[in-house]
Design a protein around this ligand. Sequence first.
Ligand code: AMP
Length: 281
Amino acid sequence: MKVVETAAELSQLRGKMPGPLGFVPTMGYLHEGHLVLVRRAKAQNASVAVSIFVNPTQFGPKEDFRQYPRDPKRDLALLEREGTDLVFMPPVEEIYPPGFGKWVDVGRLARRLEGASRPGHFRGVATVVARLFELVKPDRAYFGQKDAQQLLVIRKMVADLALNLEVVAVPTVREPDGLAMSSRNTYLNPEERKQAVVLYQALTLARRLYDEGERDAAAIRRKMTALIQKQPSAAIDYISIADAETLEELDEVKPPALVSMAVKIGRTRLIDNVVVGQGMH
Ligand code: AMP
């Protein structure tokens, strides 16, 4: 496994890697959710590259960029074990050289949900992923359904920029009790960790109500809200039931619909989602 920090080293090695190349962009502090993406990339491609880069431009000024957990040594050991061929761990200046100005804005999609709560977030995400694609030149890139809106934003960007690569979506990997795996779960204290399962419980409730024939989005949201509010440490940022492609809010649930939410458990902001009406998580 080769580990490189500069674009120059990367491009030198990239030329020698057998294609197709599968690429998994991450912010590190890897867990099983990331590793499932790597395994999928490994199964579908001749070579696999992973990036580890905590991208400053996707964090708001009051967000956790500085505190975001980092453990590159452990990450590299895990990636080595998965048979990763190349790891790109650039310093910030390598991605954003002085005078950098090639920002990517994908429009309306990026301003809903997470974009509404975190202004500028998806501009940062789209820009860094475009930059990484430019440097890594993957044939396929792997993203988790856990970040459903991110996946839509990336697909839109790939279409807008006519990039010649395939975006592959991978289902959310969960802890045994249903909590979606996330590097941010490490912020939770034991009591909060117990309460955090309520996100998954609320999504399960939404799915059950839908399966039982409920189509009134407001009614589903109300029941989800009531369930979440039973947890003393939980504060809802948003609960959304939206068209799974446009992310327009629905009054009447029409499949496929994305049920998604952001909930703070104590000081930790968690997101999760399910798609209803298409039989996948
Ligand atoms: P991050 O390091 O949080 O930026 O995540 C890197 C990639 O891993 C993104 O495509 C995420 O959607 C994906 N990912 C993170 N957590 C999970 C999970 N629990 N299940 C599946 N994919 C995930």
